[in-house]
Design a protein. Structure first.
Length: 767
């Protein structure tokens, strides 16, 4: 009898242990972006349990944990799990045992964390530690089986579906000749594909045989024929024109496997550049952007076109490309190829139009976002050769059309490079060639996105400890209030101000803006930051598209103007207050002048700046012709080189001497710590036009010679004559004012003609 009882107890123990083993962790998701919302609307991690037995099992006393040393971290409630059934536990940390929705008291680390299931007496099941992307799951196949794998096919409270792995005979990259592409699914699911950038569905092209791929440059242009701006007469930046040639093209393949209409693999996106000369065609890396055409060009939702949001009464500031916010972010796939064709990275991302008024230009600046919902949380690649950073959250593809005046396209890059070693934050750069949905999209410049993430990787300060602003804030406002109501000639007041701002940074920032004559400042293009709670404010030097205004221009007067009639732009009193007030301090003034003299002798020395101009010009020069064919901007290589020399080279050569003159005059000095070589000065512009930009009212100043029978004509970008002043005498040093305030904003050519004399000036009219 005693032996019988012992046998029954042993059988019961084994039976209980066997039933316990029937409860397993079947599936988990550690980065839930859009799969399963909880009752609060949150997208939390989740774990799925599965009862593989033929009987119902009560889970009272079972535990889940993310810590092997604490297996009883969260205890399941008294609940029966039916045979062949599933149970979802939300790993949200909310710790709720409401049977309608169970919440564990822990979360799952998306970069890898094991999960443990145990009973009071033993550990029943566990998972490996795996890093999962957004909405990706780690699951058993079949349900309750021993085969674990990561999948894009989540199936909460449903049978798991095995995902398909695709293999390709050729990877994305450069190919000198045609080839045939084979694609296979390890589960033999059907494969569907597209060649136009669209996301593949089970209604797309069915792969039956290998795909013959060939050089596509013979094809007619397609995406580049979508008008990406209003007309030139309505704009101040360069408007869209149809490309002058058939553009170079690449094959853009997107594919996925499907089973019964259900996608069973990730969407694969691959760009193939097939061209006998592709290995030597470009002197820059290539970025291939692939997205559904409607995301960029649809009248209702396309972010790159005027579309439904163009207001005919205000075309310069309206259009789909002026729309902002999350609802105007589109999904895109980006592939980065080094110049030799090596694939640097390939991933999904979000894209928005970037910038202010430059959004109206034909070629747009783009802002790229790495987000888990698109696949990867970061761009893990060294985007800029100048720095050691290998992880980015965002970056920009900056347009070539942002600069005011001439078509140099490198103005901002050059200014940033010249001040790179000064005590200011700057944007690094990498020129790239962009293809959009397989069509050549021209030169862009890859740039840092200036935000909290930039400060984090530039200064090793956690982004959550950074205050970053583009305009005013309460703390900065307190400084302004103190400055406005204090006499900074008193050293005690000056010392109070510099406890809150990084004065060395502020001086370098001001000098940089002044040297480059950035007219679109200081009420615009202002960014500053500090480490909280009590770090000093620092300023960021960026967007010098309005710079290189005039080598003679006295920016000290511009940056200290205190005119109540200037209420908005470019230098109303509030924007000049801090600098004006600091100059009341003799300590600040001397530090400012000493630093400016040092920089003129070193960083701004023409020998240094012209060398950097030459280096940057050489980087862009090989690609100008193709870019001009695509955008008609610049309109020729020859004109580009002339603009670079006249607008940038002459400026850098002559600006230090004029700065010296301006400083001596402004501060009423007998001497200054910089002497320039006036024998190297280039000729002063024969006829000066100012202001430029203007609202249609401007002045011509004759620096050339006495001229008779002068005719002044003004033409718009279409060559239409809009103003003509008949013969008059224009003496040397004379000024003539012209008022055309009735004209629309845009670029105009002012032509001055006399017997044996011709001179033209580009003029920008702004609203």
């Amino acid at each position: 009898m005693k032996g019988t009882i012992t046998l029954i107890l042993l059988f019961s123990t084994l039976l209980g242990h066997g039933i316990g083993q029937s409860i397993v962790i079947n599936e988990l998701m550690s980065d839930n972006s859009s799969t399963l919302p909880d009752e609060d609307g949150d997208w939390s991690d989740w774990i799925e349990l599965y009862n593989s037995s033929e009987v119902s099992i009560n889970l009272n006393g079972y535990h889940l944990s993310d810590d092997r040393e604490s297996l009883d971290k969260w205890t399941l409630p008294d609940i029966d799990l039916q045979p062949k059934s599933f149970l979802i536990i939300i790993a949200s940390g909310k710790d709720s045992k409401n049977i309608d929705e169970l919440h564990a008291n822990f979360k799952i680390a998306s970069n890898g964390e094991a999960i443990y299931l145990s009973s009071p007496s033993t550990m029943i099941d566990s998972t490996a530690s795996v890093s999962l992307k957004s909405d990706q799951v780690y699951q058993r196949f079949p349900d309750g089986g021993d085969d674990w794998g990561m999948s894009i096919l989540s199936s909460p409270e449903m049978p798991n579906i095995k995902s398909s792995k695709l293999s390709f005979s050729h990877q994305a990259g450069f190919y000198a000749s045609d080839f045939t592409l084979s694609i296979e699914s390890d589960t033999e699911d059907e494969i569907y594909y597209t060649l136009n950038g669209d996301i593949p569905t089970s209604e797309s092209l069915l792969l039956v045989n290998p795909i013959p791929l060939s050089d596509q440059s013979h094809r007619e242009n397609f995406f580049s024929e979508f008008r990406s701006s209003a007309t030139q007469e309505e704009l101040s930046f360069h408007a869209w024109q149809s490309p002058s040639t058939k553009l170079h093209k690449a094959v853009v393949l997107r594919c996925a496997s499907f089973d019964g209409g259900l996608r069973t693999s990730p969407i694969h996106t691959k760009t193939y550049f097939i061209d006998p000369e592709i290995s030597s065609r470009y002197s820059m890396p290539i970025i291939s952007l692939v997205t559904e055409g409607n995301n960029f060009f649809d009248a209702e939702k396309g972010i790159y076109v005027p579309g439904d949001n163009l207001d005919s009464s205000n075309p310069g500031w309206s259009g789909n490309y002026f729309m902002t916010g999350d609802e105007w972010e589109r999904n895109i796939h980006i592939e980065y190829f080094e110049q030799n064709g090596t694939l640097g990275f390939s991933q999904g991302a979000g894209v928005r139009i970037h910038g202010g008024k430059t959004r109206q230009a034909a070629q747009k600046s783009l802002r790229l976002y790495a987000r888990s919902e698109y696949g990867d949380k970061n761009f893990d690649y060294p985007l800029f050769p100048q720095k050691d950073v290998t992880q980015y959250k965002r970056f920009l593809l900056r347009t070539t059309m942002g600069a005011w005046g001439k078509e140099t396209i490198i103005k901002d890059v050059l200014a940033q490079e010249i001040v790179h070693d000064m005590d200011v934050e700057t944007q690094d750069y990498q020129p790239v060639i962009v293809y959009l949905n397989g069509e050549y999209w021209g030169i862009h410049t890859l740039r840092d996105r200036l935000d909290e993430h930039y400060i984090e990787y530039s200064h090793s300060i956690d982004k959550d400890s950074v205050e970053f602003f583009e305009w005013g804030n309460s703390d900065y406002g307190e400084i302004i209030s103190f400055v406005e109501n204090s006499d900074l000639s008193l050293d005690a007041n000056y010392q109070e101000v510099i406890t809150q701002i990084d004065i060395e940074n502020f001086i370098d920032y001001m000098i940089a803006e002044l040297f480059f004559s950035n007219y679109d400042w200081p009420s615009n293009n202002l960014k500053y930051w500090r480490e909280i709670p009590d770090g000093k404010w620092r300023w960021i030097f960026y967007d010098i598209d309005g710079g290189f205004r005039s080598k003679e221009f006295n920016m000290l007067e511009h940056a200290t103007l205190n005119d109540p009639n200037v209420s908005m732009w470019p230098n109303p009193p509030y924007s000049t207050l801090l600098f004006r007030s600091l100059l009341e301090s003799e300590t600040f003034k001397q530090q400012f002048l000493n630093r400016y003299a040092y920089l003129l002798n070193n960083d701004f020395n023409p020998e240094t700046t012209l060398r950097k101009l030459s280096e940057i010009k050489a980087m862009y020069r090989p690609e100008i012709q193709g870019h001009s064919d695509r955008w008609h901007f610049p309109n020729s290589v020859e004109n580009w080189e002339n603009d670079v020399q006249s607008d940038l080279g002459n400026y850098l050569n002559d600006r230090p001497c004029f700065v010296r003159q301006n400083i001596v005059s402004f501060f009423d000095l007998d001497d200054f710590g910089y002497e320039c070589d006036t024998t190297t000065l280039t000729d002063v512009d024969e006829i000066l036009l100012f202001a430029n930009p203007n609202n249609g009212a401007f002045t011509l100043w004759n620096n050339y010679a006495n001229l008779d029978q002068v005719n002044v004509s003004v033409y718009n970008m279409s060559g239409q004559l809009i103003y003509d002043q008949d013969e008059f005498t224009f003496s040397k040093n004379e000024k003539v004012s012209i008022d055309l305030q009735q004209v629309v904003a845009g670029i105009y050519t002012v032509s001055i003609k006399a017997p044996d004399y011709r001179y033209q000036i580009k003029m920008q009219v702004i609203e």
